[in-house]
Design a protein around this ligand. Structure first.
Ligand code: SF4
Length: 191
């Protein structure tokens, strides 16, 4: 059966991660992955992004199913509970706001930190990126945003490996947010 164009969006996710190794400034493109799902759920009222267009979800599926990297075990019940999913969303968004704050500090005159922070703790030097063509705060945002994207990818891959291929989707903050938006929208439409 002929494949649809959107079934290849996993390539975009992969290329995005690779580009960050060459120049961290490409991290800015990740804002599309933040805004498009939210816009689809706000205006479309459905989870079309997760069901069709999410390159990361497709990538995890391919790695887990096609390449057999997943143990295909049921994820622990705790991951699927509401409090864990929303708790993780709150934590994730707090870290995101902290990243915005750090960007602001650089904008206000603090020095640029050329590191990518993995799992919010481990700082990897990333000094080979040429960021001299942009303001320091633009570069700082890129380092922070790429850290977020890389960290969530690692969590996705570990979850894929340990459990079912798309286990990350169970607690993915974007999935939780779009689901909440769709539920609110349906409540409003039916209420
Ligand atoms: S839950 Fe997250 S990773 Fe999974 S398909 Fe939706 S946006 Fe993509």
């Amino acid at each position: 059966m002929k494949k649809h164009w959107y079934e290849y969006l996993w390539v975009v996710s992969l290329v995005y991660l690779i580009l960050g190794f060459f120049n961290i400034l490409f991290a800015w493109l990740g804002l599309l992955c933040f805004s498009i799902p939210l816009l689809i759920s706000i205006f479309g009222g459905d989870k079309a992004y997760c069901n069709k267009y999410c390159g990361r979800g497709q990538l995890l599926e391919i790695l887990g199913e096609k390449y057999g990297l997943s143990q295909r075990k049921i994820s622990p019940k705790i991951l699927r509970t509401k409090w864990f999913r929303y708790g993780f969303l709150v934590f994730f968004m707090s870290m995101f706001l902290l990243m915005i704050w750090n960007t602001y500090l650089v904008f206000a005159g603090a020095s640029l930190k050329e590191v990518v922070t993995l799992m919010w703790v481990f700082k990897l030097p990333w000094w080979w990126s040429n960021t001299s063509i942009v303001s320091n705060w633009v570069a700082q945002f890129a380092f922070g945003f790429y850290s977020v994207m890389l960290t969530s990818t690692i969590l996705g891959i570990v979850s894929m490996f340990l459990f079912k291929p798309r286990s990350w989707c169970v607690y993915c903050p974007m999935g939780t947010m779009t689901q909440a938006i769709c539920q609110l929208k349906h409540k409003k439409d039916n209420g």
